[in-house]
Design a protein around this ligand. Structure first.
Ligand SMILES: [Zn+2]
Length: 284
């Protein structure tokens, strides 16, 4: 499949400027040290595995278009990964037929499509009077009935939810805060920890045990160990100039066998790239 045929003829494709060379270099770097896989393969045996994940948030020219571009670049390099679609943004709500068709295109490239959960934000800002479980179930039904095979969920790091002292993961029974003092059965009347993921046969990315987790959230590389489950998760920064070295170090460490990397299409959108200051790309 050529990149053009994957992207199709949608006019907005032109505005998505993720640089194949820059992103390709990132993929090469990771591939030198790890075998890249979609997240749903997290339980399969193997050494030196990198679960590659993308939270397809809105904005910045990233969004669905950025996901298609990233997916095409990966496909060209023989890489499969996971794209989590978020339910409360325009690309998802405004054209549901297009969302399904693009998600299926990603699946045909071998990628996994998952659900990006921002349900507590929807409930807390009064945009829905439904319970978290009702919203969760109806979005899953919608995606699944359209032929999008959801195996798992990642949860959006919502500043809005955090302003109420909660994280989106707290809709799930399995994701109770580690500190009992932080636990509650509701926030502003919205019930917490009501959805049992195992009833749905789904994974949540923060429940996957990893040696290291790395993300580009907010345009900065951040990392943490995830050898045991702690909620909420706390990450610390990696200097962008040290990123290549950091990956080498993880690659050479025999105790590091499973990592997860999260990249957001919006962060890799070229106009925001100079602010990102990745050491292995761009004109700087
Ligand atoms: Zn997100």
């Amino acid at each position: 499949m050529s990149e053009k045929s994957i992207l199709g003829s949608y006019h907005k494709e032109e505005s998505v400027q993720i640089d194949p060379e820059v992103y390709g270099r990132f993929l090469d770097l990771v591939s030198r040290h790890f075998t890249i896989k979609p997240v749903r393969e997290y339980a399969e045996p193997g050494d030196k595995i990198c679960l590659l994940r993308h939270d397809v948030d809105a904005g910045g020219g990233g969004g669905l278009w950025g996901a298609m571009k990233m997916g095409a670049i990966e496909h060209k390099q023989g890489i499969r990964s996971t794209y989590y679609m978020v339910h409360n943004v325009r690309y998802y709500r405004d054209n549901r037929i297009r969302l399904i068709s693009k998600s299926r295109q990603l699946q045909r490239m071998g990628h996994e499509v998952g659900f990006h959960n921002d349900i507590l934000s929807v409930c807390l800002n009064g945009k829905s009077s439904h319970t978290p479980e009702h919203i969760f179930k109806s979005e899953l039904d919608f995606l699944t009935s359209g032929g999008v095979y959801i195996s798992g969920v990642s949860s959006h790091g919502s500043h809005f939810a955090r302003s109420y002292g909660v994280f989106n993961t707290q809709i799930f029974k399995e994701c109770q805060p580690t500190d009992p003092e932080d636990r509650s059965d509701n926030v502003n009347g919205v019930p917490l920890n009501t959805i049992q993921l195992s009833d749905y046969g789904l994974y949540e990315t923060s429940l996957i045990l990893l040696d290291y987790y790395i993300s580009d959230s907010g345009g900065n590389w951040r990392t943490t160990e995830r050898r045991k489950l702690v909620f909420p998760v706390r990450n610390h920064d990696i200097d962008p100039n040290d990123f290549e070295e950091y990956m080498e170090k993880l690659g050479e460490d025999d105790d590091v066998n499973k990592i997860m990397i999260l990249t957001h299409p919006g962060v890799w959108y070229r106009e925001r790239f100079s602010a990102f200051r990745l050491p292995f790309g761009g004109s700087e």
